[in-house]
Design a protein around this ligand. Structure first.
Ligand code: ADP
Ligand code: MG
Length: 699
């Protein structure tokens, strides 16, 4: 509803019939419901299908499912004593008898249930010693078929239940609220759009969400809410982008001598077509005079680093500075090294700044940045500290964007006084292309959808723990050929001493199994210097095996490593598995990724593993990930402020398309939303914008 509107919606919930001060207090603390608006927006989280009755005769024992029965009480008895005391009610529906069983509230139930009355019992059927039973059913007198339907189920808590506010209780409050409240609902979507896209009015949609008259109307109500949700999100993003393009000038960075020289004389390989296309897109932005805000998506190993470097060369060539921020020291280090190598034959000065840069060195470095002597700065979070000032920062590059919070990014964005630097965000966790286009509408998106030639796809294999010996044998064969191997364990978090133990046990057994090889270990609880030291040893080939947690997930590049064993692979998410696997297959050799799991796998885990075994394509994997997890966790979208209540990004694509189209049509017809019929809509957008503030310009 329209949040700007009247005080009606802000009426404290205590004033609603059936609430009062005590219950109001509880609704406040338990569910965060303070006002009429809060209650109206407190939607059921699911619906029970109470449209039809099952019969006892036709019950099957195959599945334990919820059913609704209509019948009478034939008798009742108590059995057992103490904790085992229970009430058995014999319930006859004309086709057979089922036992309704209560372990709690026995005396109360006994008083409620009367013979000779028709009841409706709803619950989960179990087959217990050849008899059908229904433990703790919901039971109530039958009130006629017109009272049947889809019944809303609301979240409640133990405390509220004790005050009579279980799901039914809450639904009664909402029933009290609706008749007076619905006429106050203002529809932010103009009639013209509702008509064109066949959408229920808002008030009707809300009514149906609480008390659906049919599953068709419920679906229509949900469709309407999804559309609205996406519509305003899109409208907001598109407007933000238009605003940014109109208002944020960018330095004109258009010199290409240096980058041309680099590509022709220094670079040891030919850029792929995809890399070249993306560079053209970047270049067009950088010379446009408007600030670039571009996301580069590319699968693991697609060669984003060199694209970043060339973009930096364009900036430097044009007299500006550039910086690249990486999420970890290890990565910053690695980028620094490749950039130094790249820059060796070029008049470009590269420097590195991280949290562990010594004080004296840091001072010199800061001076070099201010004088403009340093052209390209690589580093970690340390880059966003206020003391880091540039002479003229023209381009900010953020690698593996999901590791950074929105706020950190926008700080980097503000690094240059006067004119803002161009921003390039690189992410290796693809999100499905269609979604990227939709949900980064305020960003321009470039996609590197091609791997450098000659890459052999990593072969991925699933093995159970009991095959460990043969897996070790396989690893030994690879090591004998002079290759290196990773063993990866689930993340070590602050409190998870169990994981640390697993890792250390694993490390010991690997050392025992491979006495002839050197083994490195890296995990999140080590000091950065120690981590680094071990990484370097592995990278130089002084150790042949790297035992690690997911700290190596992102970006690490050791082309000679050709085997990756992932322990407890069922505990990793798809995006993470794909990232991890990207650590091998970087050289000319055939590489392998072996996913180790226990025997027991959930359906979801099985699907993840199967997807990994079958596909090497990050975009395809991202699609499956989206289907499994929903969008909330998908990299980047959470940080983009995308908090969707109704829409399922994996499934609702048709609605998303329509909402997007509606936004385009609206802005084409009325770019500034001046038409009177768009007044409410405009107000809605302004509210939303106020909530999101300025970070949207970068995320
Ligand atoms: P990512 O996109 O995962 O960050 P990198 O930039 O680390 O990938 O590149 C992976 C590897 O591929 C590096 O060793 C890089 O030098 C190499 N590479 C990048 N582009 C090409 C290319 N066009 N041809 C051959 N090798 C390339
Ligand atoms: Mg990278």
């Amino acid at each position: 509803m329209d949040k700007t509107a009247s005080s009606y919606w802000d009426t404290p919930i205590a004033y609603l019939k059936g609430v009062g001060p005590q219950r109001a207090q509880m609704l406040n603390t338990e569910l965060g419901i303070f006002t009429f608006r809060d209650l109206l927006e407190f939607l059921p989280f699911r619906y029970e299908d109470r449209t039809s009755f099952a019969t006892v005769k036709e019950l099957t024992s195959q599945e334990e499912k919820y059913v609704q029965l209509k019948g009478m009480i034939r008798g009742m008895e108590e059995a057992g004593s103490g904790a085992k005391r229970r009430l058995i009610v014999y319930f006859y529906d004309g086709t057979g008898i089922i036992e309704l069983v209560w372990f709690k509230k026995i005396d109360w139930i006994k008083k409620q249930l009367k013979p000779g009355i028709e009841y409706v019992a709803y619950g989960r059927v179990q087959l217990f010693q050849n008899t059908y039973t229904m433990p703790h059913p919901e039971i109530e007198p039958y009130q006629g078929d017109d009272k049947l339907g889809l019944r809303p189920v609301y979240h409640s808590t133990e405390k509220l239940k004790r005050k009579g506010l279980d799901s039914r209780g809450i639904s009664r409050l909402i029933a009290n609220l609706l008749p007076a409240a619905l006429p106050h609902v203002q529809d932010p979507l103009p009639l013209s759009i509702r008509q064109r896209y066949d959408l229920l009015p808002k008030a009707e949609a809300l009514a149906q969400l609480h008390f659906p008259k049919s599953s068709y109307l419920l679906e229509q109500a949900q469709k309407r809410m999804k559309f609205e949700e996406i519509f305003f999100f899109q409208l907001y993003l598109v407007q933000a982008k238009i605003y940014r393009k109109q208002h944020f000038a960018g330095q004109i960075l258009d010199k290409v001598e240096l980058s041309r020289r680099f590509i022709e004389e220094v670079l040891p390989f030919r850029l792929t077509n995809a890399q070249r296309r993306v560079l053209r897109e970047i270049y067009a932005d950088m010379k446009s005079g408007r600030q670039m805000n571009r996301l580069v998506q590319g699968d693991v190993g697609s060669g984003k680093t060199v694209v970043a470097f060339i973009a930096a060369l364009i900036a430097i060539d044009s007299g500006a500075q550039a910086c690249l921020m990486a999420p970890t020291e290890i990565l910053a280090d690695q980028h620094y090294k490749s950039f130094c190598e790249f820059a060796e034959k070029l008049p470009v000065k590269v420097a590195k700044l991280t949290g562990s840069t010594p004080q004296a060195e840091r001072r010199a470095l800061l001076a070099g940045l201010q004088s403009g002597e340093i052209d390209l700065l690589v580093g970690t979070h340390a880059l966003i500290e206020d003391s880091v000032q540039f002479k003229n920062l023209g381009l900010s590059i953020i690698d593996e964007q999901h590791r950074f919070g929105v706020e950190q990014r926008s700080k980097l964005w503000q690094k240059n006084e006067g004119i803002h630097p161009h921003v390039l965000v690189m992410t290796a966790t693809p999100i499905p292309r269609t979604l990227a286009m939709t949900f980064y509408s305020d960003l321009d998106v470039s996609i590197i959808d091609e791997l450098p030639p000659g890459r052999k796809p990593v072969r991925t294999i699933h093995r159970y723990d009991k095959h460990r010996l043969s897996v070790f044998g396989f690893v030994r064969e690879e090591l004998k050929k002079g290759r290196q191997a990773y063993f990866v364990y689930p993340l070590i978090e602050e409190s998870e001493s169990l994981d640390l133990k697993d890792l250390m046990d694993g490390y010991e057994s690997i050392r025992r199994a491979f006495p002839e090889y050197h083994v490195s270990i890296v995990h999140g609880r080590m000091r950065p210097q120690d981590k680094d030291y071990e990484m370097q040893r592995f990278a130089r080939g002084e150790t042949q095996i790297m035992v690690a947690t997911t700290v190596i997930e992102v970006g690490v590049n050791v082309p000679n490593a050709s085997v990756m064993i992932i322990e407890n692979a069922e505990r990793f998410g798809l995006a993470q598995l794909h990232q991890l696997r990207g650590r091998v297959g970087r050289g000319a050799e055939q590489s392998y990724c072996i996913l180790m799991t226990g025997n027991q796998l959930s359906t979801e885990a099985r699907r993840r593993i199967r997807t990994m075994v079958e596909s090497n394509d990050g975009f395809e994997i991202a699609n499956v990930d989206l289907e499994i997890r929903g969008p909330g966790d998908i990299t980047g979208t959470r940080q983009s402020g995308l908090n969707l209540m109704f829409t399922n990004l994996a499934k609702d694509y048709p609605i998303i398309e329509k909402a997007k189209k509606a936004v385009e049509e609206l802005l084409a017809a009325d770019p500034t939303l001046q038409a009177p019929e768009h007044a409410l809509l405009k107000k809605h957008v302004q509210m939303q914008a106020a909530e999101k503030l300025n970070w949207a310009r970068i995320s």
